[in-house]
Design a protein around this ligand. Structure first.
Ligand SMILES: C[S@@+](CC[C@H](N)C(=O)[O-])C[C@H]1O[C@@H](n2cnc3c(N)ncnc32)[C@H](O)[C@@H]1O
Length: 275
């Protein structure tokens, strides 16, 4: 059995390694969500925006750029290496974005924010109610939240293809509990509504948000070798079984290949609420 590690270990260890290595590909893949969050910030006229679970900072930087001169964006993240890269990227492109390292349930800032956003950074909290209480405490009363999270594994076959394909060839992966921190922890709309209501948020609305994501087919091998539990497991295999499994994964992902692009529909929730 492959061991379970804590979210803090994961995002300061193998998951951080994967996201750092794959940063440009992942930013390309998830750009539609960055665009939607920049538009939401503009629609709200927000000036001090908190990006929760900002990772390597693409969304924070895009928002910082969009509101330059009238405000600034701040990213918060549990992953020290990811947030360090986010800071370097912001400095390199001259955007006034700030970054706070720490668990969302314990972070604090001096100035209250007038909006919070997240691109897939809210599903990994050990105590989601405590985290959303703390996020709310960092916002002005009635400030908006707009965040994206994945709907169910069944609705996201691209995201489950690697584990489904690799399962017979790998040591058993620990079973994924639907409510445990992880990519699909916010798949159940009622659970999300309950978490936010218990954390004191109001006007919680979940809207299906389905969008095409794409990356060059030349990046597929790297994606498979790095991302998710299969990426971690692949790197623990010897050369021969790794090569065999990679070949099998390429065949399984063939339905998502369209010429020189990989394409899939991301089935997500857009979550809107008020502090
Ligand atoms: C799927 S990644 C998304 C990163 C980024 N938002 C993006 O779209 O590129 C999830 C992010 O949530 C962060 N995260 C996980 N648990 C967290 C917590 N308890 N507090 C703050 N950030 C957390 C991870 O470190 C990681 O950067």
């Amino acid at each position: 059995m492959i061991e379970t590690i804590t979210q803090e270990q994961l995002w300061n260890g193998p998951a951080a390694d994967a996201w750092l290595t794959m940063q440009s590909t992942l930013d390309q893949l998830f750009e539609p969500f960055e665009t939607a969050l920049v538009d939401a910030v503009k629609d709200q006229g927000a000036r001090h925006v908190l990006d929760i679970g900002c990772g390597t900072g693409a969304t924070t930087i895009a928002i910082g750029r969009a509101i330059a001169g009238r405000g600034h964006a701040t990213g918060a993240d549990l992953s020290v290496p990811m947030i360090e890269l986010a800071g370097e990227r912001a400095r390199a492109c001259g955007v006034d974005a700030r970054f706070i390292a720490g668990d969302a349930s314990r972070i604090a800032a001096n100035t209250p924010f007038d909006m919070a956003v997240s691109r897939f950074g809210i599903m990994f909290f050990d105590d989601p109610v405590a985290a959303f209480e703390q996020i709310r405490a960092m916002l002005l009363p009635d400030a908006p939240l707009t965040a994206f999270a994945w709907r169910s594994p069944k609705e996201n076959p691209f995201m489950t293809c690697a584990e489904r394909t690799a399962a017979p060839m790998l040591p058993p992966l620990p079973p994924q509990q639907p409510d445990a921190p992880g990519q699909f922890a916010f798949a159940a709309a009622d659970r999300v509504r309950t978490i936010l209501a218990d954390a004191g948020w109001s006007r919680v609305v979940l809207t299906p948000f389905d969008v095409e994501c794409t990356m060059p087919v030349a990046r597929l091998d790297a994606y498979l070798l790095h991302m998710g539990r299969v990426g971690i497991a692949l790197n623990q295999l010897d050369d021969a079984p790794r090569t065999a499994l990679l070949a099998q994964l390429r065949r399984a992902f063939a339905p998502f290949v369209d010429g020189d692009r990989v394409r899939f529909t991301a089935a997500c929730w857009r979550i809107d609420a008020r502090a």
